[in-house]
Structure formats: C-alpha cells, structure tokens
Design a protein around this ligand. Sequence first.
Ligand SMILES: C[S@@+](CC[C@H](N)C(=O)[O-])C[C@H]1O[C@@H](n2cnc3c(N)ncnc32)[C@H](O)[C@@H]1O
Length: 248
Amino acid sequence: MNSLYILLIIIGINILIILIYCLPRKKNLREPSMEGFDSPEVATAFEKMTNFLPFKLLYRKVLSQLNVFNLKNSFVDVGCGSGNLIVQVAKKYPNLDLIGVDLSSEILELAKKKAVENNVNEKIVFKIGSVENLPFPDKSVEFIITTLSLHHWEDPKQAFEEIFRVLKDGGVLLIFDFRRDARNFFYGLLKFATKVVVPKALKKINEPLGSLKAGYVFSEISQIISQTSFSNVDIKPYLAWMFIKLEK
Ligand SMILES: C[S@@+](CC[C@H](N)C(=O)[O-])C[C@H]1O[C@@H](n2cnc3c(N)ncnc32)[C@H](O)[C@@H]1O
C-alpha cells in the first residue's frame, strides 16, 4: 500500500475519533417509549435489526460482562425479546436454569424459534410476563439481566421493587441500556439507521432512535433507584450506554 493511502487512513481514523468523542453530549428531555413488541411486524422487524453487526457486538459485550459473576442456578432475562442474549447464555452456561420473560407473545414466538434453531430449546423456558409483576415467588431467583428494555418500562420504581422481591439475598440485577445523553455522533448514527437502514415497521415507530430518546441519564436512574429497596448500586456509564448492577 503506498504512503498516501496510509496517510488517508490515519486522517480518516482521526476524523472519526474527533466525531465520536468531541461532539457534545445531547441534553434533551426524556421522551417515554412504552411499547411492548406486540405486533408481528414490529417483532419481526426488531429480530431482523438484531442481525446487524452493531447488535451482535452489543450482545457479545454483555455476554463478556457475565464473566465476573459466579452464575450458578437460576438466570432470568427480563424483556428478553427475540432471545438473542439468552440463547447465547444457554450455549455458554449449559447448566443454568434459564427463563426468558417478555410482555409480548409475538416476540416470544421468535425467541422460541431461535432457541430451537440453536439446539438450546430444552434449556430455556419462556414466559409471558411484565417486569412490574414477575411470574416468580419471593426470593427465588439468583440473577436477573435486562438489556435495552428499561427505557420501555412504565413504572421503573415498581419494576425495581418487583425484581427485589423475586431476587434471593445476595442476588444480582444487571441492566444494560442506552444513556440518553449520548454524544451527538451517536444520535446521528441512530437517526440515519431509523430513517434509512431499519425495516419499515421500525421506521414507523421511530426505532431505534425513539429508544435512545427514552433512555435515562445517570442522575435520573440513580434518583429512581434511591427510592427503592436496593442500596448496593453500581452504575457505569459508557459512550452511549450504561451498565447498572444492583445487588440485594
Ligand atoms: C428493544 S427490545 C430488547 C430485547 C432484548 N432484551 C434484546 O436486547 O435484544 C425490548 C423488549 O422489552 C420488552 N418489554 C417492554 N416493556 C416490558 C415490561 N414492562 N415487562 C417485560 N418486558 C417488557 C418488549 O416487549 C421488548 O421485547
């Protein structure tokens, strides 16, 4: 490769870094987005979108975060959607009791199909349910994960109390979600994805941009959690997303 190409690549990388890290963060107000994925078109469109590379990288990132936990018996994915994460968890941790919960029967059908395709259907139980009213007895679950779902919850305070109820003592809730105060570059990317890239059914409901706009910022989510029974809280904000760990 001649030196001009190398110079152009270096300039390109620098411009990208400047765009990603130097554009200011958004300061917009939260715009709630409550929908469950209960129309077949939206569920299928979401499933298609999760085949894009950024989503695949995202699930890989979340999966790698699980390494630090001593996962033993029960593992619940709340708002499991089309099963992208829980199917990967089933492959990586074949001895866990895995349960995926979601509001939407349409999306759960896709999750069941994915579990069959990946030969892990005997390892995962899928249940319809809401995070505000979970289908589990008190103190029965060791680990709960939820990805890209928190921003849809109608009553997050009630949801956290419900999760506290079903967790065993010492149990953990791990949340991965967008942070609304992402940098403008990320807004630009999601605006482009929403307007141009994603299937029509998602364009109609303004997704995935709507989810970013519905995300919480650090101060808001800290304030909500401070009103719940959880006291052991660790929030790690990143570029456009955050991990929140709550321990009972
Ligand atoms: C953007 S999808 C994310 C799905 C999956 N966690 C993933 O990362 O691919 C959000 C999911 O949360 C579900 N959801 C929204 N509100 C919920 C609630 N209150 N209780 C349970 N699930 C909910 C929706 O039906 C949808 O499947």
